[in-house]
Design a protein around this ligand. Sequence first.
Ligand code: 5GP
Length: 346
Amino acid sequence: MRIEEDLKLDFKDVLIRPKRSTLTSRSEVDISREFVFLHSKQTYHGIPIIAANMDTVGTFEMAQALAKHRLSVALHKHYAEGDLVRFFGAYAAVVPVFYSMGITGADYEKFRRVRAQTGDAIQHVCVDVANGYTKAFIDAIHRLRNAEPSLTIMAGNVVTGEMTEELILDGVDIVKVGIGPGSVCTTRKMSGVGYPQLSAIIECADAAHGLGGLICADGGCASPGDLAKAFGGGADFIMLGGMLAGHAECCGELIEQEGVQKVRFYGMSSRQAMDKYAGGVAPYRASEGKEVLLDFRGPVENTLQDILGGVRSACTYVGARKLKELSKRTTFVRVSQQLNEVFGPG
Ligand code: 5GP
């Protein structure tokens, strides 16, 4: 047993210190980014926020709504093959839409069949496992990279610099970072495993950037300010689940409760998700996600304006004309209180 004494931080532990700025309006801030991916060599230009590959967030409808603002989606992996073929066949993507898969043989075969029927419409994939530290995961990345040299691969999840480096050397373009911070994740409670998300971002971004790779901060953003902190800490992309849940584009079932419309939102490792897609929770494992009932929030458009406005505002406060400059201009101050909640949270 060993104890690491270094301080590790979460979003709640810091605020961003304001800096002198010549910007006069948020409208002067450009929050898009351009990248050339390390391995695929594809170019990217868009607002680097990605809807999570959860079945009530990473939907076709969400992809269409977000693309209007040049945000991306990682589609959930439970779509039927025919639906994926139709979607990719008809979709003229202005920004990446990530095809998601796990690492089983069946996942890979399904990907190959969909790809074979959609020409080169799928350019970006998200290889997603709860634990990115296994040999089986690394082997799957090798196989995929060898078979598909020009595919942009986002893969994870990990939370440490050395594993980020390993994945980038193995052929991953964007390493997905986060174990346990998600809004409907119970991994930390069930297993005691995790890593404070802001420190994970800072450490993994540093490791990735040293090799020319990128990271996607996945999980734990609960407000636009958290996105600003994630970008400030070095995240190239941010993946959002809970903040985009509960909208019309999530296509969840609406439930009326005391006159209020609600929608279900659950983790992809929750009992609810396993009942739906895996015939229940296997006897050797525990559910690592939960279900919550959210107020229906209408079209995602309204929420987007808040999110993008918040990130623009952060850039203005530190004098970053472009999102790219935000992390260079970020100084975090450690705090013991974030908000004045005298009139309640929110
Ligand atoms: P959020 O933005 O809601 O805080 O986090 C979204 C992320 O939570 C997803 O992209 C995924 O990485 C993670 N996640 C989704 N469902 C589950 C789950 O059931 N268990 C765990 N451990 N993580 C989950």
